[in-house]
Design a protein around this ligand. Structure first.
Ligand code: ATP
Ligand code: MG
Length: 284
């Protein structure tokens, strides 16, 4: 049996739970007050915690693994290893200053007061830039600190930048980028390791599937080569004759990112009846 720590309620929670469900793991999600759940079809239990507590919990082996943002791991400085990047909760950690402040380089932060909930990450950045500034630690509502005179600048999470903008701030330094990751204690016994590997294999398959689409189309036979060259498939596309003479059906897998560009080219080369279908799992 392994224990997985996930965020109880916040920006990581829903996606963490969905990922587990997509991995075929069934458990009662419980009510708001529930701290623990046991999977019914995988030897695993889940602990629902505040995200700040997850690195410590894993380092101290209260949980074997955990899902948390990279930002929290760097901030908490606990001994854990990242075993898989999960691709959600993407954000960056940036320094922002009031719009009117002139800012050319990190040197402009010298002697200033910077509000943050991430003092360790900020301290390493300032050290690296050899800048002496005052770190003012606050929990929550960091972005309003300059407007109420609590600080000269902020260091906080940014995703679109709209919160900064509405508080009259401009982003001037990106210190790190972050996404949700699966972490584990440095070592596990063989039995736990095997279960973790099994879970990681499933997560990889789910993630990979999300990045690809299955595509089917009809093509005149003389265009098969041209169209095949446009499709960087898993190996090579499947080609089947249609009942209509001179035409074939072609099946392949394409990357979601390449999708629109390829669709246009396919149409320009005579492809018809193009179907693009999501893939649920992708193995290997
Ligand atoms: P908790 O109550 O568990 O301590 P929290 O309020 O500290 O929660 P959340 O706001 O739920 O944290 O954010 C959790 C994580 O999600 C962050 O540490 C970060 O990795 C990521 N994250 C935060 N804000 C965003 C955002 N705007 N866009 C994308 N990811 C984000
Ligand atoms: Mg938190």
């Amino acid at each position: 049996m392994i224990t997985l720590a996930v965020q109880k309620s916040g920006r990581l929670s829903e996606k963490s739970v969905n990922l587990l469900k997509e991995c075929g793991i069934q458990f009662e999600n419980g009510g708001k007050d529930k701290l623990k759940a046991v999977a019914s079809n995988f030897p695993m239990q889940m602990l629902f915690l505040r995200d700040d507590d997850i690195p410590e919990c894993v380092a101290d082996r209260i949980a074997d693994i955990g899902i948390v943002g990279e930002n929290i791991i760097v901030e908490k400085q606990r001994e854990v290893q990242v075993i898989e990047k999960l691709g959600f909760a993407r954000c960056r950690m940036s320094i922002a200053v009031p719009k009117a402040m002139e800012y050319k380089s990190a040197g402009d932060l010298k002697g200033r007061k910077i509000a943050t909930s991430y003092p360790n990450i900020l301290a390493s950045f300032l050290k690296e830039k050899k800048v002496q500034a005052e770190i003012h630690e606050i929990n929550g509502s960091v972005e309003i600190a300059p407007s109420i005179g609590l600080a000269d600048a902020v260091f906080d999470i940014v995703s679109t930048g709209s919160t900064l903008m509405s508080n009259g701030l401009k982003e001037v330094e990106t210190v790190m980028t972050s996404q949700a990751v699966l972490i584990a204690a440095p070592e596990q016994d063989a039995q736990k390791r095997a279960l973790i590997d099994k879970l990681v294999f499933r997560m990889k398959s789910v993630r990979k599937a999300g990045q690809y689409k299955y595509i089917l189309l009809n093509t005149p036979n003389e265009k098969i080569d041209t169209i095949t060259n446009l499709l960087p498939g898993m190996k090579s596309p499947t080609i089947m004759p249609l009942a209509m003479k001179g035409w074939s059906s072609l099946h392949s897998v394409i990357r979601e990112d390449d999708f629109w560009e390829i669709i246009e080219k396919l149409k320009d080369n005579g492809a018809e009846g193009i179907l693009v279908i999501p893939i649920e799992k992708m193995i290997g």
